[in-house]
Design a protein around this ligand. Sequence first.
Ligand code: ZN
Length: 293
Amino acid sequence: MGTGTRSMKDDSDPKLFRLNKPRPRVHGFALLRDIMFIDSHVHFDRFVKDGTFLEILEHAKEAEVLKMLAIGGNSEANRLSLQLATEHPGCIFGCAGYDRDVATESPDLSELRGILKNPLVKAVGETGLDYYYTAETATEQKKLFAENLALAIEFEKPVVVHTRDADEDTFALLRDYATAWRGDPAQLGVLHCFTRETSFARKILDLGLMVSFSGIVTFANADPLREVVKYVPDDRLLIETDSPYLAPVPMRGNRNQPAFVVHVANQLAELKAYSLDSVAKLTAQNARTLFAL
Ligand SMILES: [Zn+2]
């Protein structure tokens, strides 16, 4: 939740989300343009719990954010992801795994396997290493990350990776993973919410993964990250909100939501000197390729 004082009423003002012109409507149906945004990383738990889920889904549609990946990371989030993917086919897609914060809880891998079998579940994650908050559990984190990667290989589904202050170990495990991967090389995975420097991006790209940018790329102090955007090839770029965290500029102080991914796309468009529609198109195409949407 943001620390700003804006009320929920302000948050839900649809004008805030409409960067594009509204679609022309004929007989009540939207004329389909070939444009949509895909938010590759959403935590829906909070929206479902506080009853705002349908409202934020509506905001997403108004902003032409038409597909979203519902991120898992623990048993509850994994089950919710599959449930939402089942209830909103073609709009919400599943993702299930065990993240570093459950590393000391010996989570149930057979339950995860059962969820990953479902074709609505498109990826494994999020999972990875975070030594910024919990360096003391590094051993358990590495073990759990490796177990997630083994499942990604088994099911030939891409992995959604979190890393913070753990570049070396993350890279070492991902290198082994890339070597063992037997699926489509374009579906290896993504390093989400990228915040590192260009040299690390290069290593990740060389392995074959994609790189996803969140609202952080719009922050005032993110000049080095904006340089990384220019470096990442067009066919490896994804966009995400990581909702409900990290609202982009100019929505700081609000709780983040999938509709705001348009602001991330807008920042990428500025940096690459592309139109917003082009960024929508290419990032949507990349998400479709990676997650087989
Ligand atoms: Zn996340």
